[in-house]
Design a protein around this ligand. Structure first.
Ligand SMILES: [Zn+2]
Length: 484
């Protein structure tokens, strides 16, 4: 692909070299000519990509019947590395977020609770469970606080990487936990890494665009920035008033200074590839032209794929990835993060494909060998057939009306006197100096973390991974019924 090869930092001593090297990186091809279709699109864009991964993140366990399986991260990383994509990105093992950083959004009471509660002492603090929304969806599990610090630390680092200008796209599949609220967890999400990352980006960029293609409404992020015109949130999701989290109607548009800066695209069951990508491109083209963001955060929840354990859409991996490809073409600094996704073999395929897209790589459909081959039977393909399970309940008339209404909202925004379109953010120099002084802290944290790891800290008593079986089981556990 002809771009310089950069330093690659492998996760410290945890990833077996033999597992990752000498694998099927041959066959990876790079797009040589992006067919720019829209104004504002950067041709021949060769972004520098940073990728954040920490092996431990895949070992946490919400509970046997819980649909959220962090193990999907391990599957994704194995596919990404065995396709050889690490050769085209800077791979980092990020530091953990500090409590202070997490409290930039969350309340101290809530974080204090999250920090203290463990499966062993949870009976003693059970009186706080209803206050903090602890239950089937958001259980107390071993290492929960550490898990939050890991995925949030990665999103914060990814944001800072973009600000520093040393990456154009930063990928953190561990992050994207869009439901977490200031005072409580929600929908499998405890700490809202997206809000924390956007708060970082706002220190430098006057305007940040948040785009969410998870099947669930990005309610936590919308709520956090509902009254500001510096963040536009744009969520595509299933909505019928009942489907989790119950918000995301088209008339939720923001308030105060933020009026018109929240965009909601409520969809019905079974939306297919063509309808979705057409709608996405029309809306995002208008959003980009109107809002002109300095940075984009793209939440790529993979529960909008067909055959998701909790989802009800019909999207293929190619269509899901097309949304990533489309946003990449604008050439604006972008964070790409994970989110939902509960048929984990497809989540891993999807996020691998999308890692290829951000790198400008075309991956062969035949999956490379990994120690997790069993998950990808019988086809061992990057693009299994996922559509066709659910009838498309989104009529052409419905989608046309939806599009017209959103474009109308954007026209209001264009005329709104409160829109801050100044290009120069305040005090860039002060910000960069602060970043420079933090670098050392980051390095120290890394050293400390790797020392702790070497001491063999036991984080998870739960099994390392379980078979994909219960992923597909039509089990009746409460959490899956809540469809988060
Ligand atoms: Zn979701």
């Amino acid at each position: 692909m002809g771009r310089r090869k950069e330093t690659i930092v492998y996760p410290s001593g945890t990833l077996s070299t033999s597992t990752y090297e000498g694998s099927a990186s041959a066959g990876v091809e790079f797009a040589s000519n992006l067919d720019a279709q829209k104004s504002g699109v950067v041709e021949h864009y060769r972004p520098r990509v940073s990728y954040y991964m920490r092996e431990q993140a895949g070992n946490f366990h919400y509970g046997k019947l819980h649909p959220m399986k962090p193990h999907r991260l391990t599957l994704t990383n194995h596919l990404v590395l065995n396709y050889g994509l690490h050769k085209y990105m800077d791979v980092y093992e990020p530091r953990r977020a500090t409590e202070e950083e997490i409290c930039e959004f969350h309340s101290e009471d809530y974080i204090d609770f999250l920090k203290r509660v463990t499966p062993d002492n949870q009976k003693e603090v059970a009186n706080c469970f209803s206050e903090f929304n602890i239950g089937d969806d958001c259980p107390i599990f071993d290492g929960m606080w550490d898990f939050c610090r890991i995925y949030s630390g990665a999103s914060i680092e990814a944001a800072r990487k973009l600000i520093s200008g040393s990456a154009d796209i930063a990928v953190n599949w561990m992050g994207g936990l869009h439901h977490a609220k200031k005072y409580e967890p929600s929908g499998f999400c405890y700490v809202n890494d997206i809000v924390l990352a956007i708060l970082q980006l706002l220190r430098f960029y006057p305007r940040v665009l948040y785009v969410d293609i998870d099947i669930h409404h990005g309610d936590g992020v919308q709520e956090a920035f509902y009254t500001t015109d510096r963040v536009m949130t744009c969520s595509f999701h299933k909505y019928n008033g009942d489907f989790f989290p119950g918000t995301g109607a088209i008339d939720e548009m923001g308030s105060g200074l933020g009026k018109f800066f929240a965009i909601n695209v409520p969809l019905q069951d079974g939306i297919d590839d063509n309808s979705y990508t057409q709608l996405f491109k029309t809306v995002m083209t208008a959003v980009m032209e109107t809002f002109k963001p300095g940075a984009i955060v793209l939440q790529c929840g993979a529960d909008s794929l067909g055959l998701d354990r909790l989802g009800v859409f019909n999207l293929s991996i190619a269509a899901h990835g097309e949304c990533v490809r489309f946003m990449r073409r604008f050439g604006v600094p972008m964070m790409v993060i994970g989110g939902g996704g509960y048929t984990i073999r497809n989540v891993a395929r999807c996020w691998t494909y999308e890692t290829g897209i951000v790198c400008g790589a075309e991956l062969p459909a035949a999956l490379p060998n990994t120690v997790y081959n069993e998950f990808f039977t019988p086809d061992y393909s990057l693009h299994p057939q996922l559509s066709g399970r659910v009838i498309n309940h989104n009529s052409r008339a419905y989608l046309n009306a939806l599009t017209a209404r959103i474009l109308e909202q954007l026209r209001y925004l264009k005329g709104a006197p409160s829109v801050q379109m100044q290009e120069t953010p305040p005090d860039i120099q002060g910000f960069l100096e602060a970043e420079e002084s933090q670098k050392t802290d980051v390095q120290n944290d890394r050293l400390k973390d790797s020392k702790e790891d070497r001491r063999g800290r036991r984080e998870h008593l739960a099994e390392f991974y379980e078979s994909d079986h219960d992923q597909d089981a039509e089990d009746g556990d409460d959490a899956s019924d809540r469809r988060n």
